[in-house]
Design a protein around this ligand. Structure first.
Ligand SMILES: NC(=O)c1ccc[n+]([C@@H]2O[C@H](COP(=O)([O-])OP(=O)(O)OC[C@H]3O[C@@H](n4cnc5c(N)ncnc54)[C@H](O)[C@@H]3O)[C@@H](O)[C@H]2O)c1
Length: 443
């Protein structure tokens, strides 16, 4: 997971700039930010804000994360996070006390928003994180605090649940006495730090123009590039966030559907087909790679959330549902292929159990699914990964692990090795000692 320091672009501290925003939320006042929720996303937001010159208070309910940040250590595994914390250490302070957020100009909230069985996302953690900050803001008699939600929310939840709660707690009006922005990030785990600092797009849903302008100004100072800043209503931004991920899942599922068709024609080459398609600028090459199913903590559930949002307004969401359906079929197809290539009782090595390289997350990953299905069918299954371990991915506890990659490369001693996640290191693995290697990815 380590990345060389040379990959860490310089953290230039911005020079103070003249504000163009309206009074109340003037950009000149956004020098101090608080971040509630110091997990995979929030820790990186807090660290990058500090590294870019803002005074930052990080708040979490997890004492260990708070201690680690204050000790200058990364609270979660993410490339470049430790170095970024070091870069801004003098401006970054973590605490268990949400009241400390009052001394800052803006609070970013990034607690979990877990999926519920109907596909919607829970507001529970968000409300619990916001309530004490709102109470403290009220007790301090402070006006014009800017509340920013970066967690993914169910479309409509902010206007119907979150802002009414804040107005009750603060006894004041959103957009007049305090501001609210919905500001989700489009980052990929394993590339969060650079993804935050150099995004394609900054999305801001705003309760009022002053709040949006203040946050926009903050991004002008924070980003190292000049991303497109899209400002809109809060509900539009909620729909935009999940639509972006849903659109990508649609593209991946289209690719997988095409692969399944091409495989039924002995002379068809899916890679040649996709290469040609990707040259059309209306389609583009990104996410047009024959491989396996999509997974992780965002794509599957954001896509299902769009289907939920459609049902909420009395519509169906056949495209989103089809992406999900093709994705499940893609996972089952992998299992069927491995069953055809092996016999019950064989030993299979599943290489790469994370949903993508450079992360330890195994949520909805193709490799984990395959390992579980084979084990249930009586196979002996070894798993290997460059980042996921039973300590950070507890679902791996049930498997025998390949802990020494070099030894395995030289003497695999298994019938079939399946590369399920395209970690580049797997390129070195060639067939040895009779072990067959199956790679659905064109490594
Ligand atoms: N991880 C991603 O790739 C990613 C990408 C885009 C959006 N998101 C969204 O960001 C949100 C957070 O995701 P994450 O992956 O960082 O989650 P996470 O579980 O890694 O981190 C959440 C953090 O919030 C803390 N927390 C919980 N309750 C709290 C409270 N009351 N006050 C303060 N802190 C509290 C937890 O202790 C934890 O440290 C989710 O809505 C997710 O959908 C995540």
């Amino acid at each position: 997971m380590d990345q060389p320091l040379s990959d860490l672009a310089a953290f230039d501290i911005f020079a103070p700039s003249i504000s163009t925003a309206a009074p109340g939320y003037s950009a000149a006042t956004i020098r101090r930010a608080s971040v509630c929720g110091l997990g995979k996303l929030g820790a990186c937001i807090a660290a990058t804000l500090a590294a870019r010159g803002f005074e930052v208070v990080g708040v979490d309910v997890d004492e260990e994360k708070v201690k680690r940040i204050n000790a200058g250590l990364a609270p979660v595994d993410e490339p470049l996070l430790a170095e970024t914390i070091q870069a801004g250490h003098s401006r970054l302070h973590a605490t268990l006390d949400p009241q400390e957020a009052v001394a800052t100009d803006v609070t970013f909230f990034i607690p979990p928003s877990p999926s519920l069985p109907d596909g919607s996302f829970s507001n529970e953690y968000l409300l619990k994180a916001m309530q004490p900050v709102a109470r403290a803001v009220k007790d301090a008699g402070k006006t014009h605090h800017l509340f920013v939600c970066s967690s993914t929310t169910t479309p409509g939840a902010i206007d119907s649940v979150v802002i009414p709660m804040l107005e009750r707690e603060l006894g004041s009006i959103c957009g007049e006495d305090f501001g609210f922005c919905y500001n989700p990030e489009f980052i990929a785990l394993g590339e969060v730090v650079n993804g935050l600092l150099e995004p394609d797009l900054v999305l801001i849903g705003e309760s009022d123009p002053q709040s949006g302008a203040a946050l926009e100004q903050l991004y002008h100072q924070y980003n190292r590039n000049s991303p497109r800043i899209a400002r809109m209503s809060i509900i539009s931004a909620e729909l935009t966030k999940i639509s972006l991920n849903s659109f990508i899942t649609m593209k991946i599922s289209f690719t997988n559907q095409l692969r399944l068709i091409a495989e039924r024609h002995p002379r068809a080459d899916i890679h040649a087909i996709l290469n040609a398609l990707g040259n059309d600028s209306r389609i583009g090459k990104k996410y047009l790679r024959a491989g396996l199913s999509y997974g992780g903590p965002c794509f599957p559930r954001d896509n299902r959330l769009l289907a939920y949002a459609a049902r909420q307004v009395g519509l169906g969401a056949p495209l989103a549902e089809a992406s999900d359906c093709v994705n499940e079929r893609t996972k089952e197809d992998l299992v069927d292929r491995i069953l055809r290539m092996t016999s019950p009782g064989d030993t299979v090595a599943v290489l790469g159990v994370t949903y993508k390289p450079n992360t330890y997350i195994t949520e909805e990953a193709a490799g984990l699914f395959l390992a579980q299905q084979l084990k249930r069918r009586g196979y002996r299954v070894f798993v290997h990964d460059f980042a996921a371990t039973p300590a950070n991915a507890p679902s791996l506890h049930e498997f025998e692990r390949i802990s020494d990659w070099e030894e395995f490369k030289n003497n695999p001693g298994v019938t079939l090795a399946v590369i399920c996640c395209p970690w580049p290191q797997y390129r070195e693995l060639g067939p040895r000692n009779g072990t067959r290697v199956f790679t659905p990815w064109q490594l």
